[in-house]
Design a protein around this ligand. Sequence first.
Ligand SMILES: Cc1ncc(COP(=O)(O)O)c(C=O)c1O
Ligand SMILES: Nc1c(O)cccc1C(=O)C[C@H](N)C(=O)O
Length: 396
Amino acid sequence: MANVLRKEQFILPEGVIYLDGNSLGPMPKNVPARLSGVMNDEWAQMLIGGWNKAGWMAQPTNVGTSIGRLIGAAAGSVVMGDTLSVKVYQALAAGVKMRPERRVILSDKGNFPSDLYMAEGLVGLLGQGYELRTVAPEDVATSITDEIAVVMLTEVDYRTGRMHDMQALTKLAHDAGAVMVWDLAHSAGAIPVDLAASNCEFAVGCTYKYLNGGPGAPAFIYVRPDLADTAEPALSGWLGHANPFDFDLHYTPGKGIERMRVGTPPVLQMAALEEAMKVWDGVDMADVRRASLDLQEQFIKEVEQAVPQLELASPRDPQARGSQVSFRFEHGYAAMQAVIDRGVIGDFRAPDIMRFGFTPLYLDAADVTAAVAVIEDVMTNALWDDPKYKVRGRVT
Ligand SMILES: Cc1ncc(COP(=O)(O)O)c(C=O)c1O
Ligand SMILES: Nc1c(O)cccc1C(=O)C[C@H](N)C(=O)O
């Protein structure tokens, strides 16, 4: 097993153990110099010429290809842009168009709310009996019927880390004649993903979590290569047009994955992400997975030994878990604030989930032990039981 630890490539503040890279990854050290270069050498000096000379226009597909390597997507089948919520909408809309005789989008009640909101917005717009149907995560498999146009699932549950079986559910969707959309927000850079093997039609994901692209980093969308020239883009912006600079009055979708572009790419954010992707050079996701599970198993064992009042909310079976571990505690919000105050950064998800992300590129076994010592101190000495930790002021 190759060692994937490369802490020296990240900026990690002194005295902090960062267990929240599943929400916002830390900054790779090489990013500021790259951004400074893009600003001072490209934007400042090249002005509008940067679109051609600095290759800004080609970034969305170039960066998409570097992400594709981590998620089993062929070069040229992934493009960057917009936010994940927008990419969810795009994938869903294109999927629904592929099954015009069907009216139901199926998802699960554990899905990230924005995915469900986007689906609600889409079915509201479509009218004509379109419906978003949500079921318990464990009931998804038996709910895939021949009424379903699109199955939309997030592979790794944002609260508990519970994983759906991508290959099996995609097959069930296809057997029932449905289109499959996977949200890889908590998968890309966290666990091995093989989109090509899954055969799903669409996948989307964000890049500010495990891919360390920075706050507001652009999202990605994958379209199965055999569909890329026929998928209909509902968000028909000019940069998805076949010839944007012809300024035609009518939309003609671009070639292949290019049609999933919408408008002007966020060049600075894209440059930060492109630079951040370099920390993955030579990294094999199978090694990341093994290292992540080692850290998670150590964490669960040490927490359960030290703090029996915390109840594991994540699957105990490591193979059923993504790259995070969550514990339930009635006063989880206050407890997490007390833990953060002592330098261990995790987060809280209502109603009672204390969530910790494991990112073996910059976390090791000593970090886990040190984090557990802080959690033990907070819990055994009830340090959370302090009015200052009970005011629900944080946005994250
Ligand atoms: C599974 C999932 N889907 C969608 C989103 C929303 O992403 P964005 O804010 O980039 O639109 C998130 C995270 O915020 C997420 O975890
Ligand atoms: N995207 C976020 C943001 O803009 C602010 C705060 C948090 C986020 C997140 O990504 C939350 C994350 N999707 C989650 O799993 O809870």
